[in-house]
Design a protein around this ligand. Sequence first.
Ligand code: HPA
Length: 251
Amino acid sequence: MLAVIGGSGLTQLANLDVSHREVLRTPYGEPSGAVTFGQICGHPVAFLARHGYGHTIPPHEVNYRANIWALCKRGATAIVSVASVGGIRADLRPGDLIIPHQILDYTWGRKMTYHEGRDSAVVHIDFTEPYDGALRALLIKAAGLTGVAVKDSAVYAATQGPRLETAAEINRYERDGADVVGMTGMPEAALARELNVPYAAINVVSNYAAGRADSLNGISFDAIDAVLQESMGHVRSIIESLVGCGDPSCS
Ligand code: HPA
């Protein structure tokens, strides 16, 4: 079963034929909200709103461990994360969709592993390629089939939030090699890897990053909302195509 984690601008999947919702408890606490189960084109899909259904949970307070655990335990064989980002790379514009391939992690203080505490063995995961290659390829193919243009690679910088960045921070991230910046990509990706669930992301560029282009003198939140509203239709089309164009289970 494909699971979709929706970020800002995607608190529900309009094309999901809902069968039921489940409030799930995990050893790590409560997920962001009830998991919605249903079908898209006859294929089972689960959906979870990362920030809660009322968009009340900020990025640094999301219980990433509970979210990934709950989806995995309820049968997710692949997770697609949808998240808005600021565009750093010069060719990226608001409204662009991206399937990122790498991550730089600047977050701190988040619960980032399932393996902690004196009683737990030390566990390291290979994270050379943070996103699942086969699932990324399926997403890129799905986008191609729908005619939705996506950029097929980008380095995602995960920042702590909830504030947006300073212009100097964005310059630093660019020097580090980042193409886009967002607040929720980590530890989500690493936790999915710890549980061995294939995980990939669709990033929606909602704004130029701080200090760049239209954001030279500040970032307009109204403009971000407008971009997200317009772009999520494309995201839904890609997901529809994904469930119909191949088995999203890549394990
Ligand atoms: N910075 C961090 N996170 C974001 C941004 C941004 O500019 N836009 C959307 N999410």
